[in-house]
Design a protein around this ligand. Structure first.
Ligand code: AHR
Length: 358
């Protein structure tokens, strides 16, 4: 079902974006009031809502969980037609997908952008076609915020800060006198990479850590392993590897063990990670991953809430961060403090793993 009149009015409402106080760093709201008043939404009418979702790819366990969350939420039985496009980690594929969605006159475009920049032109095309765009997971860096309706995702820089605050506290507790760290980065230019790398760089400057090398592992296990193998050949004094997601950590652990070194609290190298997938925190229980900072992939219901609000003509937060925790092996660090705010650290147990949905 297409709603040209609704979308036009919605965009008009968005231009006069209101400022509201929102939790978790959200600071703007877009209103769909005009849409509801004039026509009512498709959900209210009981019609099918067509959603075009441009997904980054299938590079990680996190991404698989994210795709499943979107597919199970935007199902036929829930009243949606989902057009799912896997971009295989290529921005050009995402741009093509968005153009196809515009041609198909979908009701909403949902974009999980591979990198932050390069979206202005295609998002302007979506705006010209009066199709609301919801950004999910990573962020876009656009010259005009009205090119998207709302964003929901993670505070990646805070994730990096949490991980590094934990490492600093752990190093103090264990009397580690030197941190010689390598960073297996995510896809360069992705918000998840930018934020996590910045968290590390800032902490290294503050605490005097030596960053020996930084190289992208593209968020995949295979590349994580390859990069770790090469770093181990170049440096024999690595005592921490900061992997920017779980799959890179799995690859790094394989490379370290294949090189005859050990991981874990009593081993040669501490492995840090992000995501806290079930497999990731299973390695955390074993100590193979010493600290795992959460990045929550279950965005389907969050995006649906935005769409439902827009359909009902209600305001939506322009930007909303999801709440995420810190998970560690052992209880050496109970909490960390970042910019005056305290964050509890969860010690991973079998119960924690059993409760993990992805
Ligand atoms: O943008 C979220 C990141 O992308 C996750 O950490 C990673 O696993 C995924 O590929």
């Amino acid at each position: 079902m297409k709603r040209k009149v609704v979308s036009t009015l919605l965009c008009a409402a968005m231009v006069s974006t209101m400022l509201v106080g929102c939790g978790g760093g959200a600071d703007n709201a877009a209103s769909g009031d005009a849409a509801a008043t004039e026509e009512g939404g498709d959900a209210a009418e009981g019609g099918t809502i067509t959603v075009g979702f441009s997904q980054v790819g299938a590079e990680s366990d996190w991404r698989t969980a994210n795709s499943e969350s979107m597919k199970s939420t935007f199902s036929e039985e829930n009243g949606y037609e989902l057009i799912f496009d896997d971009a295989q980690q290529k921005q050009e594929n995402q741009i093509t997908a968005i153009r196809n969605f515009i041609q198909q006159e979908v009701d909403y475009i949902v974009l999980a952008p591979v990198t932050e920049t390069g979206w202005d032109t295609v998002l302007q095309e979506a705006k010209d076609a009066d199709i609301p765009v919801i950004i999910v997971d990573r962020m876009v860096d656009v010259s005009d915020d009205s090119l998207y309706t709302a964003w929901v995702g993670s505070n990646f820089e805070l994730e990096g800060k949490k991980a590094c605050a934990w490492l600093n506290a752990y190093a103090e507790a264990k009397g580690m006198d030197e941190i010689n760290i390598v960073d297996i980065q995510g896809t360069i230019g992705a918000s998840a990479q930018i934020g996590r790398t910045k968290g590390l760089e800032d902490a290294a400057a503050e605490y005097g850590w030596n960053i020996l090398a930084m190289q992208t592992g593209e968020f995949t296990q295979a590349k994580g392993q390859e990069v770790m193998e090469s770093m181990l050949k170049q440096y024999d004094n690595i005592n921490v590897v900061y992997c920017e997601n779980d799959n890179e950590a799995f690859g790094a652990i394989d490379a370290i063990e294949a090189a005859g070194k050990t991981v874990g609290p009593d081993g040669d190298i501490l492995v840090m990670s992000f995501d806290t997938t079930k497999a990731g925190i299973t390695d955390t229980l074993d100590g193979k991953i010493i600290c795992n900072t959460e990045c929550n992939p279950l965005h389907g219901p969050r995006v649906e809430e935005i769409i439902k609000k827009l359909e009902a003509g209600e305001e939506v937060e322009k930007q909303a961060y999801v709440e995420e925790g810190i998970f560690a092996h052992g209880g050496d660090v109970a909490e960390v403090e970042i910019d005056g705010e305290k964050f509890e650290v969860t010690e991973v147990t079998q119960e924690v793993i059993d409760a993990r949905a992805y």
